[in-house]
Design a protein around this ligand. Structure first.
Ligand SMILES: [Zn+2]
Length: 288
């Protein structure tokens, strides 16, 4: 807890915010973007929230069928370029990424559930599809996706990311379920079961730790996503996406325990200084 709390007064606005466009991920279990849109309007009533279909469907819609086909092929090729590796080891917890060398290209149509893409290239690629009138600095594009996003770390390899705050902003739902550290005990017991060939008991273990982990379709997912949405709003407005206070929705959680504490306990919300920041824009933060 070396870091001082956030200051009571917000720094100068980095950008205005008039509208947030939320893009759906139809394959994500338990994602309710209409509810997240209502959350945005509830904390910042001056901001409009527009709920849209998934990003590619929405932004490819103005093109003719032939153009969509060409663009689709080009996008696919570019996505292959953004492919950085596959997970090795168990899919839960901080999956370590095995780099995939250039001479080992993806086979046509080859996908597995654990492919990772360079978040920076994905963001760049999606950004190219934004029409000029949608690049207004007062607009925030929030893209919910099942893609697994990877970002480089200082050691020169990649880590799995939950989000990328940028234009557009990406929130990876697979990242939310996989990228943080599970309880140590869980990791230990899981490794033990695997060592003794007792994989059939993994389901029981998951059940035993359910309260301290996040699973697809978990009813707490909506509350967890509110924290990421709030981080996106703060990032856009003030260039500040994290808070040293573990009780604040802007806290940068490293473990599922921390994440669930910050986002899902009764009365979850931003800390007192960050509530003041929202109020400075006429906002009505939670825990008022
Ligand atoms: Zn805070």
């Amino acid at each position: 807890m070396g870091e001082p709390p956030a200051p009571d007064n917000p720094p100068p606005l980095q950008a205005p915010l008039t509208q947030v466009n939320l893009y759906d991920e139809p394959d994500a279990l338990g994602l309710d973007i209409a509810d997240l849109g209502r959350y945005i309007v509830s904390v910042l009533p001056a901001v409009q929230a527009e709920v849209r279909r998934d990003f590619l469907t929405h932004h490819l819609a103005p093109y003719s069928e032939a153009q969509r086909e060409t663009l689709g092929r080009e996008l696919l090729a570019q996505f292959r370029r953004a492919h950085v590796g596959q997970a090795s080891g168990p899919p839960v917890g901080q999956a370590s990424l095995r780099s995939r060398s250039q001479e080992e290209p993806l086979e046509a149509g080859e996908t597995t559930d654990l492919e990772f893409y360079d978040g920076r290239l994905v963001r760049e690629l999606l950004g190219l599809l934004l029409p000029p009138e949608e690049r207004d600095p007062g607009l925030l594009h929030l893209v919910f996706t099942n893609w697994r996003l990877a970002l480089p770390n200082p050691e020169g390899d990649f880590f799995q990311a939950l989000s990328l705050f940028s234009t557009p902003t990406l929130i990876s739902l697979t990242g939310v379920l996989e990228a943080l550290a599970p309880p140590r005990e869980y990791d230990f017991l899981r490794a033990q079961l695997a060592m003794f060939g007792l994989e059939e008991n993994l389901e029981d273990l998951d059940e035993q730790f359910a309260a301290r982990l996040l699973a697809p379709g978990d009813p707490r997912l909506g509350e967890v996503l509110k924290g990421l949405v709030l981080q996106a709003l703060f990032g856009h407005l003030w260039g500040a996406v994290s808070c040293p206070d573990p009780d604040c929705r802007l806290y940068n959680a490293r473990t599922y325990g921390e994440l669930l504490h910050a986002q899902t306990r009764p009365g979850a919300g931003p800390c007192s200084p960050h509530r003041a920041w929202l109020r400075s824009l006429g906002g009505a933060p939670e825990r008022a």
